[in-house]
Design a protein around this ligand. Structure first.
Ligand code: TYD
Ligand code: MG
Length: 454
């Protein structure tokens, strides 16, 4: 065996490990992502083997006391919903998002709420100075004296401080700045991030505390560094939204203690993030009246129906290959729907540019939007205005049929609440939908039916 330095190559995108350098990662098919890092020594910190663990003795399911699992509310209803009803002690929560989207602000507000509840909270920042945090806190409002701050990037100091201070909630801003001296690779690299997360996870489970970690997001929209991070933590929340628009959406993509796909809507104001209790109203503000190519659709995000405006613009193309764009929804789905229209309704759309946009900057990929997208496209193509207060939802299949979607009743109810008087929905869903006063339900079987209704 060679005695020299023991190194391995890690894919910086997915964490794939290899003994030699490779151009393309076999794990995630990314090019040029391998970086040489020191291999973790066997029996050191990395891996469960290195750390002393108590127990090993199995227990009866019935004997586990659930009392201590009770959830602590953050007094921010939108956040509580995304977390599945509040924070669970002993959990590790990853908050990802673009730079400047408001992760630090959100977590500082969580600190504010929790310390007001007399919780011991420790905010550890590796990015900002105490002064900067104080300035941000001054914008947000008044804080209780229970909040303790630490500016530190060394993992061992962080670990020691948490063990000494015994806080109930810890915020780590951000995981990419944490640094273990025993590993020679740079902060933010796969080994560092993995090791830091591992240590934090053991702290969370061992001391039964909640740890929030902030993770930066790459251009592709995943947490920078390894995807392995997502597998290690209990809950993954993504903070998204247009940086130029004022509202932000917090979405849970993984949650061991609640449902995923739940969203919380916030608005960034002068004094921090405010909750938006009725997002549908918010999303529909500014909808043009009497314009072709616009319709409202209903999507179910987690347990909550959200109404969004779909806009389409179809015009004659000057190019050999027509231009298509989709903002806020799946590009391939839009292409597929255009092909369905071309084939099933004989519309010559292959000679047209088509632009589809979900107004407001929210991203939705639920198939229930299909019918709305189709109607918006046709409305724009034929320049026919869809009456205001009309809403459509339903999945469109390849033969142009309109298929059932889940929770049709809830969607209709939300539409009624916001003053919609006509709802176009899949015919098969009609029987599940209870009568909604003042709302006319039009069941359709195929895209052709829907177009005839217009
Ligand atoms: P920040 O929480 O620093 O983002 P992240 O930690 O995700 O990088 O958010 C900073 C942005 O939010 C910055 O552009 C300023 C803005 N902001 C407000 O508009 N109002 C406020 O009260 C605060 C604290 C920040
Ligand atoms: Mg920050």
């Amino acid at each position: 065996m060679a005695k020299g330095k023991n190194t391995v190559f890690y894919c910086q995108s997915c964490g794939y490990e290899s003994a030699k350098w490779m151009g393309q990662c076999p794990g995630c098919r990314e090019w040029n992502t391998f970086v040489e890092e020191t291999a973790p020594k066997a029996g050191t910190k990395t891996g469960l083997a290195g750390r002393s663990r108590a127990g090993g003795e199995p227990v009866c399911l019935a004997s586990i006391d659930l009392k201590e699992e009770e959830r602590q509310t953050t007094h921010m209803e939108e956040l509580d919903r995304v977390l599945g009803g509040g924070i669970v002690s002993g959990s590790l929560i990853l908050v990802g998002g673009d730079p400047g989207i408001g992760k630090s602000t959100l977590l500082l507000q969580v600190c504010q709420q929790l310390t007001a509840d007399r919780k011991r909270v420790l905010y550890i920042s590796g990015e900002e100075s105490l002064r900067q945090i104080k300035l941000r806190a001054a914008r947000i409002g008044s804080f209780s004296e229970h909040l303790r701050l630490l500016c530190e990037t060394s993992l061992s100091v962080v670990e020691e401080t948490i063990r000494r201070e015994q806080p109930q909630v810890v915020i780590i801003d951000s995981i990419q700045t944490m640094y273990d001296e025993e590993i020679s690779s740079a902060p933010g690299s796969v080994s560092q991030v993995r090791e830091s997360t591992h240590v934090l996870m053991q702290l969370a489970k061992g001391l039964n505390i909640t740890i929030f970690i902030v993770g930066h997001v790459t251009k592709e929209g995943t947490v920078a560094g390894p995807r392995v991070l997502e597998h290690m933590v209990d809950t993954v929340l993504y903070f998204e939204g247009d940086r130029h628009a004022s509202y932000r959406i917090l979405r849970s993509v993984k949650n061991r203690f609640g449902s995923t796909n739940e969203i919380g809507v916030f608005e960034m104001k002068e004094k921090g993030l405010c909750q938006v209790a009725n997002p549908s109203e918010f999303m529909l503000s500014g909808k043009p009246e009497g314009a072709s190519g616009s319709i409202v659709a209903c999507s179910l995000e987690g347990t909550r129906p959200i109404l969004v405006e779909i806009q389409a613009l179809v015009c004659r193309s000057n190019l050999g290959v027509p231009r298509r764009t989709a903002a806020g929804t799946d590009y391939n789905r839009v292409n597929l729907l255009l092909a369905v229209l071309e084939k099933r309704l004989n519309l010559p759309l292959s000679g047209c540019d088509a632009y589809v946009n979900i107004a407001g900057g929210i991203r939705i990929s639920e198939p229930a939007l299909d019918l709305g997208i189709v109607l918006a496209l046709i409305s724009s193509y034929q320049d026919r205005v869809i009456p205001d207060h009309t809403l459509a939802f339903g999945e469109v299949g390849l033969s142009g049929e309109v298929r059932a979607v889940s929770q049709a009743g809830q969607r209709v109810q939300e539409a009624g609440k916001l003053g919609f008087d006509t709802v176009i929905l899949p015919e098969v869903c009609l029987e599940q939908v209870p009568e909604a006063p003042g709302v006319r339900l039009l069941g359709v079987r195929s895209v052709k039916d829907a177009v005839r209704l217009l």
